[in-house]
Design a protein around this ligand. Structure first.
Ligand code: A2P
Length: 350
């Protein structure tokens, strides 16, 4: 074999994690290590506030560097989870320096020339990137992984989805606020409300992100627009309700689907059992159904309570749970980066 070809096949990548001190950034570092990502170097970037601190990368500790344009010099792949404003400011500078960026924020998701990718659903979209690939919102990722095989079999016309989203979706500050409020309430002490729209301890809040004029929140509209883009089907109708619940890790979703053609619960169960990235847990008589406490720290999307929805023609109802920090964010981003690696190695070999 040609020595160069062999070298290209094993090409290693210099990786930057932007937002490395955050809830998702820390998970990205853990997953890069777990999946033995072919990285010759990994650097951790965050704001100036974190300068001098360290984060874990497997058994190693990485010194956190300040994210500024020059930090991307020589970097091949950026995995970013630092919010939209930071992404807009810094990722174009990384692309200019030759990096391919996988961004977990909503900054570029709906841009026509930016692929929005869930590897189990539309891996081919990665090929059309111009330097930035967007990671969808957590609640969209678990929705599309759960419905893709069903859509291919019977074509979904309409989705009604209500989410039960954990506080880790609001980042590190969201996690801390649930802890602090719970302790304060048990001790009959005053508490602050800042990371969530209302008290989240012992409460559910139907308000994630700002409301638009039509009464839907931005978080809810992501379920409509992102689903259509990933599934490449602008005709799918979605009625979403997004609710924050006092759970640390894992989002739940109650999903009602209306199909063009009939699909029985048994057929759906079989299709889902064979679908990539899906685990079916569906034996209600034995109290077997997906729950956040069982799905945390796992990568699959868990589906159960599969049953006919008799309120519409060709209807089906599901309950879906996934770890929002892993499949809903970090794992999906690393999977996208793995597709980039395969594409770059293939290109270098050709
Ligand atoms: P820092 O910890 O230095 O503020 P989360 O969503 O869990 O709150 O995490 C947000 C991540 O984005 C953190 O790593 C945070 O770093 C990072 N971040 C926030 N603002 C900036 C910025 N201006 N430049 C770089 N990283 C930022």
């Amino acid at each position: 074999m040609n020595m160069n070809k062999n070298k290209n096949k094993n090409k290693m990548f210099r990786v930057a994690v932007l937002g490395a001190t955050g809830a998702v950034g820390r998970e990205i570092l853990a997953i890069l290590d777990e999946r033995r990502f072919p990285a010759s170097e990994v650097i951790a970037l965050a704001s100036a506030r974190s300068e001098g601190t360290e984060v874990s990368f497997g058994k190693r500790r990485l010194a956190v560097q300040v994210a500024r344009p020059e930090a991307f010099e020589g970097i091949d792949i950026v995995l970013a989870s630092a919010g939209s404003a930071v992404a807009r400011k810094l990722l174009p500078a990384a692309v200019e320096r030759g990096a391919i960026c996988v961004d977990n924020s909503s900054a570029f998701r709906m841009d026509a020339d930016v692929p929005l990718v869930v590897p189990e659903v539309n891996p081919e979209a990665v090929a059309s990137h111009g330097g930035i690939i967007a990671n969808p919102n957590c609640s969209t990722i678990q929705l599309v992984v759960a419905i893709k095989a069903l859509h291919d079999a019977a074509r979904i016309l309409r989705i009604v989805v209500s989410t039960y989203q954990s506080v880790s979706g609001a980042g590190q500050k969201g996690i801390e606020e649930l802890s602090k409020q719970s302790i304060a309430l048990f001790n009959q002490k005053p508490y602050d409300v800042s990371a969530h729209e209302a008290r989240i301890a012992f409460n559910c809040v139907p308000h994630i992100g700002p409301f638009g004029e039509d009464g839907y929140t931005q978080e809810e509209l992501k379920l409509l627009y992102e689903t259509r883009k990933i599934m490449a089907d602008e005709s799918i109708e979605v009625c979403p309700t997004a609710v924050r619940v006092p759970v640390f890790a894992g989002h739940g979703e109650s999903i009602n689907l209306q199909f063009e053609r009939p699909l029985s619960a048994d057929e759906a169960r079989e299709l889902l059992a064979a679908a990539p990235g899906v685990t079916v847990i569906d034996d209600p008589a034995r109290k077997k159904y997906p729950m956040q406490m069982d799905c945390a720290e796992k990568d699959d999307v868990f589906v159960g309570r599969i049953r006919i929805d008799r309120s519409v023609p060709h209807g089906l109802a599901l309950w879906v749970v996934s770890d929002n920090l892993r499949k809903g964010a970090a794992t999906n981003a690393v999977q996208i980066a793995e597709l980039v690696v395969a594409m770059e190695r293939h290109r270098a070999e050709a």
